[in-house]
Design a protein around this ligand. Structure first.
Ligand code: UD1
Ligand code: MG
Length: 449
């Protein structure tokens, strides 16, 4: 962040978010794998401001953590948006640039829109700018009254609007910017004589106009202005952000067979010539290198998938895992905190936990690594080129060295030296004719009733 920037961003996030019906503060509800507030912060950061200050309520310690390393100020009582901005005043005593106000529950704004908006204010040499929108249904929003020059002279809240004012289609998005000095001078003059007895930030245009300060309006595309007030809107914004992430992935050279059924996260990195089949979930912290195929119904979080690997269908890769180049993780495999090295294969129904699976090792169907003894997790090392026969139980901690073979159905409790064969099961015994004798006895018994 450049300390020389003449912009400071103030994010309002202290509102109760009552309609979310949640113990979690509204701005902490996740969208594409991270809290809503962090989307707003990312956009704010992209403007390289001198400072970003988030206004929170006293009990919002999670939000305080989430916005780090940026500052918070506490609004002890939620007395309105005007009062919320006023709370940031002390932190901005020596700042004489422009303050940009954003809402913590409006995560869709882009850098382009906001920097264009700030430029407009600067070019017009205006004291303030208010970003407007024209929603299909303006109910609930503050209506922007403009004069013949297009300057905003008033914003009237729904609850205070007359029938005629309610017909105004231009609404305030909640985004505004103003010169710090003028902003705080006028904020001190805001009162709470309105239907909600709140200190409205929307009183600014009227106060500014009275002092002949220029207050411009700008129009934002509706795509960016949506905010979250309830869970239905949360879902709507999730789908908008997902659409952006999928579009980005496809632009970067990935094939999403059925984009709408692929869930990505804010930080998902996807290389070129990657194919992602339908119904795939990718949580936070996933990197997918070039030429990887993710088959349908796979669930991946916190993992690195290297070049040319093949995952799924129905695979689950859990955090702190890596899948090597050209490795294969097939159906019903769970990989947890494990490194599967280049060319290794585990193709059917296995659990690989706290393990290193060496290069080109082969894990047979139904292999289970028993990594947990009820108290602690233990490590398993399987060497390069090792072959684990099907339905083996590897009881950690254990090391199976390079090139070793484990016979199918073994319970492996001890280390296996390189190129050795371990067999850990009861030996087979054949009893000649036993089956025929057994069947004869059972049939006789049945006949006798
Ligand atoms: C506000 C605007 C309205 C605009 C709408 C756009 C006012 C008075 N009204 O209404 O003109 O059309 O946004 O969405 O500004 N907040 C605080 N402290 C408070 C109150 C609110 O930090 O004391 C924060 C909230 O967390 C939220 C934002 O300010 O992020 C907006 O508050 P909200 O109550 O949602 O305002 P709206 O009724 O939507
Ligand atoms: Mg709102």
């Amino acid at each position: 962040m450049s300390k020389t920037s003449n912009i400071t961003v103030v994010i309002l996030a202290a509102g109760k978010g009552t309609r979310m019906k949640s113990d979690l503060p509204k701005v902490m509800h996740p969208l594409a794998g991270r809290p809503m507030i962090n989307w707003v912060l990312e956009t704010a950061e992209s403007l390289s401001p001198a400072q970003i200050i988030t206004v929170i309520a006293p009990d919002q310690t999670e939000t305080q953590q989430a916005v780090k390393p940026h500052d918070c100020v506490i609004q002890s009582e939620q007395l309105g948006t005007g009062h919320a901005v006023q709370c940031a005043q002390d932190k901005l005593k020596n700042f004489d640039g422009t303050v940009l106000v954003l809402y913590g529950d409006g995560p869709l704004y882009t850098k382009e829109t906001l920097s264009h908006f700030l430029k407009n204010i600067e070019n017009a040499k205006a004291a303030f700018g208010f970003l407007g929108m024209e929603p299909d249904n303006p109910t609930g929003y503050g209506r922007m009254v403009t004069n013949a020059d297009g300057f905003v002279t008033e914003i009237i809240e729904e609850k205070d609007a007359s029938a005629a004012q309610k017909k105004i289609g231009l609404c305030w998005t909640g985004v505004m910017a103003g010169k710090a000095k003028e902003l705080f001078d006028l904020i001190d003059k805001i009162d709470n004589n309105n239907a909600q007895s709140e200190y409205y930030l929307t009183d600014l245009p009227k106060l500014a106009t009275a002092q002949n300060l220029k207050t411009i309006s700008a129009l934002a595309s509706l795509d960016e202005t949506l905010g979250v007030n309830d869970r239905a809107q949360l879902a709507e914004l999730e789908s908008k952000l997902q659409a952006r992430l999928r579009k980005q992935a496809m632009e970067n050279g990935a094939t999403l067979t059925d984009p709408a059924s692929v869930f990505l996260s804010f930080d998902t990195q996807i290389g070129q010539d990657v194919t992602i089949e339908p119904n795939v979930f990718i949580g936070p912290g996933v990197t997918i290198a070039n030429n990887v195929t993710i088959h349908a119904f796979s669930h991946i979080e916190g993992a690195e998938i290297k070049q040319g690997a093949e995952i799924g269908p129905f695979a689950r890769i859990r955090p702190k895992s890596s899948i090597g180049a050209k490795a294969v993780i097939g159906n019903f495999i769970e990989v947890n905190r494990s490194a599967v090295e280049d060319g290794a294969k585990s193709k059917h129904m296995s659990y690989l936990g706290d393990a290193v699976i060496g290069e080109n090792a082969n894990i047979g169907a139904g292999t289970v690594i028993a990594n947990y003894d009820g108290f602690e997790k233990h490590k398993t090392i399987i060497g390069a080129g090792a072959f684990i026969g099907t339905n083996s139980t590897i009881i950690a901690p254990v090391t199976i060295e390079d090139g070793a073979i484990v016979a199918a159905g073994s319970a492996v409790t001890d280390n296996v030296p390189a190129d050795a064969m371990a067999i850990g099961r009861a030996r087979q015994e054949n009893r000649d004719g036993w089956a025929a004798i057994y069947r004869g006895k059972r049939l006789d018994a049945k006949k006798a009733g």
